[in-house]
Design a protein around this ligand. Structure first.
Ligand code: PZK
Length: 286
């Protein structure tokens, strides 16, 4: 990392430039909840997310080009191809949660998708829907219509990333459900390579870029527990924290329980022991 120039910071990740063509994406162990990064880290969270994203990139190579070059021996750093990122977030929803549920309640539709009447919170949708959003500079991403998204990337590009997003989601959703995890929704970010081809970038199909729910506890008609962050949310609610920064420090049992949930998600989805990943992160690339 000696020669890497820092180019950007996300809430829990850092981005460095390696050379003209390659970036290094480093996932920290920081965790955010209710949009606030907490002062306490979850050991190995960054490694779980990095390994999981690399696993999905490897498994979906035949569906879609992606930016993955390799995962470094530290298990938390992804070398990737530099892309010209498209200015939209490609969200796919298979279930009605978050802003999708809010928009459905207020409008009866989500991003121009007319939905059946009488759906309940967390219900599975008849078909997964593509609901693009803008990358808000500050605060929260904002759902946009297909027309607004087409104005930002062009109608042909939009049709292409919509198709790819739906294919990726369908594949991952089926794989995860067989392993007891509902991927309620997820966000993809695409870019263009030098040849002008659409390439999947960022992290994909991780619990930070998706809503993961435990399938064995799925009960529509109410909000669902988060597969990974529920202990953290419950603890934060118990402390009476007002959800403005700074967030509370987490006690050791919440930290260890949350780490165990991340590791469980990794092992269920990849069928690889997390210790084997720690010993050699390239196990997810085969
Ligand atoms: C890129 N981000 C978001 C992620 C941050 C910021 N392959 C790529 N090529 C060019 N740009 C990006 C990527 C990727 N991935 C991703 N911003 C630019 C981001 C993590 C930390 F600070």
């Amino acid at each position: 990392m000696a020669d890497a120039v820092h180019v950007a910071s996300g809430k829990v990740r850092e981005l460095y430039e390696l050379d003209q063509d390659r970036l290094l994406l480093v996932a920290s162990d920081r965790i955010s909840t209710f949009d606030v990064v907490l002062p306490t880290a979850i050991p190995d969270k960054g490694r779980v997310l990095t390994g999981l994203a690399a696993f999905w990139f490897t498994r979906t190579r035949t569906l879609c080009l992606n930016h993955l070059v390799t995962v470094r021996p530290d298990g938390r750093s992804t070398e990737c191809r530099r892309l010209a990122m498209l200015p939209i977030e490609c969200v796919v929803r298979g279930y009605l949660a978050g802003s999708g549920w809010k928009d459905y309640l207020a409008l009866g539709e989500v991003c121009g998708h007319r939905l059946p009447a009488g759906l309940r919170e967390s219900d599975r949708l008849p078909e997964p829907i593509f609901t693009p959003a803008t990358k808000a500079q500050t605060g929260h991403d904002e759902n946009i219509t297909r027309d607004e998204a087409a104005d930002l990337v062009g109608p042909d590009r939009l049709a292409e990333v919509e198709h790819l997003s739906l294919e990726l989601y369908r594949f991952a959703c089926a794989h995860a459900l067989e392993r007891g995890i509902v991927i309620a929704d997820t966000k993809f970010e695409f870019g263009l390579d030098r040849a002008g081809r659409v390439v999947l970038g960022d992290e994909a199909l991780t619990p930070d870029s998706s809503r993961f729910w435990p399938a064995d506890q799925y009960v529509p008609g109410m909000p669902q527990p988060s597969f990974d962050k529920q202990f953290v949310r419950d603890y934060c609610e118990r402390t009476g924290w007002d959800k403005t920064p700074p967030g509370p420090e987490l006690p050791p049992d919440v930290v260890s329980g949350t780490r165990a949930r991340y590791v469980e998600a990794f092992e269920r989805l990849t069928s690889i022991k997390f210790d084997d990943y720690l010993a050699d992160p390239t196990v997810v690339l085969r």
